[in-house]
Design a protein around this ligand. Sequence first.
Ligand code: PBG
Length: 310
Amino acid sequence: MRELVAETRLGTNDLVAPLFVREGVDQPQPIHSLPGVVQHSLASLEREIEELIDLGVRAVILFGIPLAKDAVGSGAFDPNGIVQVALRRLRSRFEDRIVLMADLCVDEYTSHGHCGIVNEKGDVDNDATLDVYVKAALAQATAGAHVVAPSGMMDGQVGAIRAGLDGRGFTDTAIMAYSAKYASGLYGPFRDAVDVQIAGGGNRKGYQQDWRNFREALTEVAADIEQGADIVMVKPALAYLDVIAAVRATTSLPVAAYHVSGEYSMIKAAAANGWIDHDAVAYEHLTAIKRAGADMILTYLARWFAESAR
Ligand code: PBG
């Protein structure tokens, strides 16, 4: 009876698996603060995706760890940057059997760890960064990304990327905008995963949102929709269920939520101590995000969920 009347149903179809690919390694590298997640080699990435397809996962989002970083994050738009190389291999092997999303940002590729071009004062220059994002979008689309996902929270990024893609004939490449992305303390394990330290102990409060703010999120979402976003995202997820619900109520576009690294690692750490039941809490948390109104959830739990086939 409970199954019959359940109001929220979570399925493998709802999940997007974030995957890391590291340049210059031939074996997957474990990530200490993200247990069970690895930095893939090109070969292990391919194997993982083949298995995810067999498990029924519909989409992955790729993050790259380059061998070398520089001031402008060239690895993000170089045709031979690690994500572009991976996308070419994956698209030719898997074609349209799985949706290939590419995180579009430069923080993994910049020596200072910021999501954009930094000026002499040490601040991110919004408009100079837009040019780099457009180059990255074109490089990712050319390499085979079905979806580009700008995550840097620069004003005007969606409009600039849409115009850039359309201008080069990539009218079918979708944009998933990290629209309401908060300057959260929950990204710590991710920064280990991509070897990012923000220069001078800095933070992203200059471009990511203050977590005290709710209306600002709706303004950001509205701007991204106006500029041509195809999917809008709220990130992180669990501390922002109010924002997810409100975004769901204000748009008919698909809404994504990112269950981020810290949210995942807290479950793993508490479960490893025997303090909570991993499977029960993981299922409860993902279902809550869906109940709040997310159509899709980016989560490091995607493979676990698909394997346990609920
Ligand atoms: C930026 C980006 C970040 C995450 C996704 N894209 C890091 C940041 O903004 O500092 C975090 C994801 C997670 O914590 O799982 N490229």
